[in-house]
Design a protein around this ligand. Structure first.
Ligand SMILES: Cc1cc2nc3c(=O)[nH]c(=O)nc-3n(C[C@H](O)[C@H](O)[C@H](O)COP(=O)(O)OP(=O)(O)OC[C@H]3O[C@@H](n4cnc5c(N)ncnc54)[C@H](O)[C@@H]3O)c2cc1C
Length: 685
């Protein structure tokens, strides 16, 4: 087992991004471009197949991708190996283990950043000696010198290398966490270094009573329901992420308002709009049981197997198979695999150099990466006008207020949130987003993207071009249903997601909740919902059914969104701008509504029930019903109509009324005067 550090192999980008980009593109790495060298770790097949120990697995490439690349890499080093001209083989204490690998990578990225990717210094020189303490196959070519002089120079070089190595090690220790979770600014992927907890799947239990696939909101909510009904339950959660369960909504909102330049806190603490402080994580590290000890615990609990991907389920035999072939049997299983952000063809088919500058947004790693860009770069372009794109644009503009970075938002539609808000409100919102400092470009699409040295050149449909440092693609997400095919599970053809029955069951003892579920709503028909509240409530119901409650899912879930601290809205039912809408607004006041805490997982399920009666408030508030009159939309309520019934309600800057909105939708009846219904919401209160 050896580490080979290659000098003089002039590849274009820093190792991670370069290799990943080429693995993904399926082409051979081409030497002879610019200045950085490639260093790589050669391991046995066994190591290659374990998620630890293979340095270039830090690229985020899958084992399949690495296997495909391996012959190219070996071919690339073969000539250098034989000539020994540029090859340092590290032996002795050196291992092709994670630590050395991380060290090499961390230093590579730092150096390339400092030198702006054009350094002709050979950063690997120091790594080789520093990492191993001994060196074989020193360069035999190069300049000719006398023995003494050569010995003296070698000693000096060794001393220098040792000092560099020590310094590097210290720096690495200090910055290890940060380096682990993110790429360098120029190093492409946002993937965390591939490591698993526990170290190998063989340490996981062979059988568990409750198995949760997916480490997100729905999965964690199911755990809570299981635990409160079966206090000694032993629950194993399997997630392909490297973190314990956390919530996503603050990633595009509150975290940016709490963020300061520099490193983020370990547990991603942030202030909610209500002023209360909390962490992104549902529970602290100590809350969780060690997965290797789960089956021995007396009181049970939840253990999280981190960094493992489920590839297949055998619903008949109750077997879950991991990517490495390890099998776990279960009594009850939940699929809560959520969804994955989509990209655009223009980027999916672009060159590796372009892809390096394009990211999606869903995880804390993405937050950290984008924050670094916001701290260091000159321009960020967000593509997409939906929830994530619009929230992020506002949050970034606020974060960037006293920074040099400019925020652009591009989308082909005519205004922000156009799929949800009626046109007049979407237009108003666009103007509001602009007033927050975002350069919004509606009716704009990207025809082509080219790498222009450090930046990206986006060629737009209007003939103009935009130079930008990074593009964040926020164009929706797709449910993670790849295991459906291998497991014989049905996916809804038009909505996506695993098809489930009223009890959220796909097959007996196999449930689905959250973004990945396609469920039947008795009132509004078959649906798939990508919102926090739905994940909490469907996860909870699935958990209850896993302990045998046999409950039907008929909760009308809500969602919310915030466009900066001044605009917030909550919605329920079919909030779809293609439906007929009726909006009732009050003029803005200097007395804004106190916000709700939607992240408190217990604050759902209130109200509802078709038996509740709606009482009309006899007061006649000075409401503005005509959108043209109300050019300032302070507070209001919008009804979404289908067959003259209210099927969706959006509360604009009105909080703590979602229970009433749920009641009205559940009544499923025709109202003669919507103005009267609007009064119930006490817009002026
Ligand atoms: C930036 C952002 C902001 C948001 N803001 C709001 C908001 O303000 N309001 C709102 O209502 N909603 C919001 N949402 C949506 C909300 O967060 C999601 O609906 C919710 O997280 C879905 O929960 P889930 O558990 O279904 O999926 P996820 O949270 O996506 O969890 C799925 C988990 O499964 C894992 N996984 C997938 N496949 C596998 C596999 N094969 N093996 C092992 N693990 C796997 C994933 O890695 C992930 O850990 C936001 C989402 C994002 C990204």
């Amino acid at each position: 087992m050896s580490i080979y550090s290659l000098r003089g192999l002039n590849v274009r980008f820093c190792r991670q991004a370069y290799i990943l980009a080429h693995v993904r593109a399926g082409v051979v790495p081409m030497p002879g471009r610019t200045k950085l060298r490639l260093s790589l770790c050669e391991c046995s097949d066994q190591q290659l197949n374990s998620s630890r120990g293979y340095a270039i697995n830090n690229t985020g490439a899958t084992i399949d991708e690495l296997n495909r690349l391996k012959p190219y890499l070996l071919a690339a080093i073969t000539p250098l190996r034989s000539s020994h001209n540029n090859l340092y083989q590290m032996t002795g204490g050196s291992k092709c283990g994670v630590k050395n690998a991380e060290l090499l990578q961390a230093k590579d990225c730092n150096i390339s950043k400092r030198k702006n990717v054009t350094s002709d210094k050979k950063p690997c020189d120091g790594e080789g000696a520093g990492g191993s303490g001994s060196k074989k196959g020193a360069p035999s070519g190069g300049s000719i010198m006398g023995d003494d002089e050569a010995t003296r120079k070698t000693r000096m070089l060794l001393a220098l290398l040792a000092a560099l190595g020590l310094g590097g090690l210290l720096l690495w220790l200090l910055t290890r966490r940060k380096q682990k979770v993110a790429d360098s600014t120029e190093c492409g992927t946002t993937a965390a270094i591939a490591s698993t907890v526990p170290a190998t799947s063989a340490e996981l239990p062979k059988h568990v009573p409750y198995l949760l696939i997916g480490g997100g909101t729905a999965g964690f909510s199911a755990f809570r329901a299981i635990k409160s009904n079966d206090p000694r339950a032993k629950v194993l959660m399997i997630t392909n992420e490297s973190r314990k369960p956390y919530m996503r909504p603050p990633l595009s909102k509150e975290l940016w308002y709490s963020a300061e330049k520099g490193e983020v806190t370990k547990d991603y603490r942030f202030k909610q709009w209500t002023g209360a402080e909390r962490s992104l994580f549902f529970e602290p590290e100590e809350f969780f049981v060690d997965p290797t000890k789960l089956m021995e615990t007396v009181n049970g609990g939840i253990a999280v197997a981190q960094g493992f991907t489920v590839k297949k389920i055998d619903p008949a035999k109750h077997i879950v198979t991991l990517a490495d072939g390890y099998e776990i049997t279960y009594d009850e299983c939940l699929i809560a695999t959520g969804c994955a952000p989509k990209s655009l063809d223009v980027f999916a088919q672009a060159t590796p150099g372009v892809k390096e500058k394009v990211m999606v947004y869903r995880s804390p790693d993405d937050f950290e990466r984008l924050k670094r860009y916001a701290d260091e770069k000159k321009s960020i372009t967000i593509v997409g006008n939906g929830f994530t794109g619009s929230e992020l644009a506002c949050s970034l503009a606020n974060y960037a207020k006293d920074k040099k970075v400019k925020i652009y938002q591009i989308f082909p539609e005519s205004g922000n949130m156009s799929k949800v808000l009626p046109t007049y409100l979407s237009n108003w919102t666009t103007a509001k987003v602009e007033s927050m400092g975002v350069c919004v470009m509606p009716e704009t699409s990207i025809k082509n993207a080219q790498r222009d040295e450090a930046a990206l050149k986006l060629v737009l449909n209007n003939g103009k071009s935009l130079l930008t440092d990074v593009v964040v693609v926020c164009v929706g997400c797709e449910p993670n249903t790849s295991i459906a095919l291998t497991s014989g599970l049905e996916v809804d053809k038009s909505l996506g997601g695993f098809v489930v029955n009223a009890e959220l069951e796909a097959r007996r003892n196999l449930f689905v909740a959250g973004d990945a579920s396609c469920f039947y709503d008795p009132l509004l028909g078959r649906r798939r919902v990508e919102h926090h509240d739905h994940s909490v409530v469907s996860g909870r119901l699935a958990g209850e059914n896993m302990v045998g409650k046999k409950k039907a899912y008929n909760h009308q879930s809500m969602f919310w969104s915030d466009l900066g601290p001044e605009v917030g809205y909550e919605g329920i039912g079919l909030v779809d701008a293609s439906l007929r809408t009726v909006g009732v607004f009050a003029l803005p006041t200097s007395n804004p509504e106190p916000r709700t805490d939607n992240l408190t997982e217990t604050a759902v399920m209130e109200g509802g029930g078709s038996g509740s009666t709606v009482t009309v408030n006899p007061e006649t508030p000075d409401v503005k019903c005509d959108p043209k009159d109300a050019d300032e939309y302070g507070r209001g309520v919008i009804f979404y109509m289908k067959d003259d019934k209210i099927v969706g309600i959006l509360l604009w800057n009105l909080f703590n009324r979602i229970g009433l909105a749920r009641t009205i939708i559940n009544q499923n009846k025709k109202y003669d005067d919507l103005n009267e219904v609007a009064k119930l919401f006490e817009i002026h209160a």
